[in-house]
Ligand binder design. Structure first.
Ligand SMILES: [Mg+2]
Length: 324
């Protein structure tokens, strides 16, 4: 008989502690099991609140209005252009930049998000309680700008549920004019104003790549112009976000309403939860109608907390006799 603080699963053990006997194999498993995830990574829009809020629809309309009013794009083409840019570049903003439009990012974000029907969003204390009870690092990862992300989280009452926000400014820091020395905890980057104002928002038609015409060709030749903007669903954008937040993709659970973002996340090694539908798609490990369904869909997320408590209790066994 010997007293030892080292427990190897190869040793047949008989263990007792102050609270009584524990099944030996169960104890060993609990002692050695690590929670499956280190971090929960959440998209914001249409993931932490429902699509039915109407913000996404309003956002698209506002983008079209911006394109017509500020970039002088033909209203007969703006809808199609919006769709093609979103589809090919991840965001309309990234696409507009790629095809040659020059505009101020803050101005566009302010125009598009500043007139969203935020009144449709309501505080969500149930979601808040759920998030607070999850024993992991929790981060926001959104293509939107910092102002929109903070405003939305504040309205939902979730502003203190997350360690940080990875947003437009975080992934595109080159567009910041200076670096703040007064960064608060909620963000990694992107705390200062972004781009310098440009002299003109519009560009002459000769400078603009006609993506509508290009893609209308039977066999489009050549590749599309690249965008300087980093955003989902680019795998590079997801990998950059993981690097910034120091996350292991294989120990991170990613929540998204966008199928293409889910699939990009899966390609870089994330476990994925598609939000907004219960129909699983390729690349989604789980599919939930609502983020509120999480406790029923993945109860193991909370069991990790229970197990870590049992592991703590197990430490008491170090003070007791281990018979090997
Ligand atoms: Mg979304």
């Amino acid at each position: 008989m010997q007293t030892s603080s080292f427990i190897s699963s190869s040793m047949p053990l008989s263990i007792t502690n102050r609270s009584g006997s524990l099944n030996e194999m169960e104890f060993v498993n609990l002692f050695t099991q690590k929670p499956k995830y280190d971090c929960l990574l959440f998209d914001l829009d249409d993931t932490l609140y429902p699509l039915s809020s109407g913000l996404a629809e309003a956002c698209r309309q506002n983008f079209k209005d911006y394109m017509e009013e500020m970039l002088c794009i033909d209203p007969r083409k703006s809808d199609n252009l919006c769709t093609l840019l979103y589809k090919n570049y991840g965001t309309t903003l990234a696409g507009l930049k790629a095809i040659g439009y020059d505009f101020d990012y803050d101005e566009l974000h302010s125009f598009v998000h500043g007139r969203l029907p935020y009144v449709n969003l309501k505080p969500d204390p149930v979601l808040r309680k759920m998030l607070m009870s999850l024993p992991y690092r929790k981060l926001i990862f959104t293509n939107a700008d910092k102002v929109h992300a903070l405003k939305t989280l504040n309205i939902l009452g979730l502003e203190d549920c997350f360690e940080g926000i990875i947003c437009f400014e975080t992934l595109n820091p080159i567009h910041r004019s200076s670096v703040s020395v007064d960064e608060d905890d909620i963000e990694f980057l992107g705390l200062t104003r972004t781009t310098k104002p440009t002299s003109s928002n519009s560009a002459s038609s000769s400078q603009i790549f006609d993506i509508i015409d290009h893609l209308a060709q039977t066999n489009p030749s050549g590749i599309l112009p690249k965008s300087p903007i980093v955003c989902k669903p680019s795998e590079n954008a997801i990998q950059l976000a993981l690097k910034i937040a120091n996350l292991d993709p294989h120990r991170t659970l990613f929540f998204e309403d966008s199928v293409r973002n889910i699939q990009a996340g899966k390609r870089v090694g994330l476990d994925t939860v598609l939000i907004g539908t219960s129909q699983k798609v390729q690349g989604a490990d789980y599919a939930l109608e609502s983020i509120h369904n999480l406790p029923e869909a993945i109860p193991d997320l909370w069991e990790a907390d229970l197990k870590s408590e049992v592991v703590y209790t197990g430490k008491l066994a170090v003070e007791t006799t281990v018979t090997a």
